[in-house]
Design a protein around this ligand. Sequence first.
Ligand SMILES: Cc1ncc(COP(=O)(O)O)c(C=O)c1O
Length: 344
Amino acid sequence: MTIATGLPPRLAELPRVSLAHLPTPLEPMHNLTHHTGGAPMVIKRDDCTGLAMGGNKIRQLEFYLGEAVAQRADTLVITGAVQSNFVRSAIAAGNRMGLQSHVQLERRVDRDDELYRNSGNVLLNRLMGATIHAYPDGEDEAGADRNLEAIAADLRADGHTPYIIHLSPGHAPLGALGYVVAAEEIIQQVEAGAPGFDEVVVASGSGHTHGGLLFGLRWLGCDVPVTGVCVRRDAASQRERILARTAEVADLLDVDNPVTPADIVLSDEFLAPGYGLAGSATNEAISLAACLEGLLVDPVYTGKALAGAMDRASKTTDTVLYVHTGGTPALFAYQHELAGEPDS
Ligand SMILES: Cc1ncc(COP(=O)(O)O)c(C=O)c1O
């Protein structure tokens, strides 16, 4: 890998706070490699970003909180699924920076059991003192954002200065910048002797992680394939989202987009039975990671991405880099499925 001309200069001018423990480890996964019997597998441990159980969203929040602090906001307003890692991470980031949080939890997954509603990320949200609002629809991004505006209006009327982290497309992709930075970190680690790789596999949801990483790698001249494993939408709709995301990043950084349509590779093979629900390959990946590597991955995001990475590794001799984006608190909300117990 030859690289490192530096990231677009505009990036360093945007407000950012330091939240993540960086760099996260980049290391081999010998036992999973042996198990798949195919290509070597290496892992980027972004589950280890530190704050409140870590994950990819901590890198992203460095830029959102940077802007919130610059605007002298005192309250974060954010929406997500009931077991959202982004919501949990935002509350933690807000607490660290002295902001309260109002969070809206959407009904994205058809589940009402006690653990899903109260354990995992929801337990941590409450522990960290957030005010929790409910939103009945999980597939209406624009509606969810409108409701955030209503919550923010009430906060303003009470004398607060809210900062909204929007969900729907059309807002500055600040989160993706965290992964533009991560691309440089990965390349620098390889240059300093960490295991190299020939392709990357990462979960693809809002597209900030996938889009930002792809943008950063291409900008820095690294042309390895990056496969996004769909966790929420099918490959065709996710493709549009990633294309848009990388174009928005280019606009924000005031440079040409180094990502071409041919760079966008997606797999929706592990999406079924749907968002927040794990299929058999995902459950197997969760179990193998735990039993062979002592590595915890979740049913919503990182188990699906690992199933995708293992699938790639079984079909190639090239080294596969799996990006572990966190999400481990959700394991506790899925205790019944994972431990083979009936629902309560
Ligand atoms: C643990 C985890 N991994 C991956 C993702 C997907 O990241 P993105 O939304 O940036 O596509 C999420 C999104 O919430 C997540 O919580």
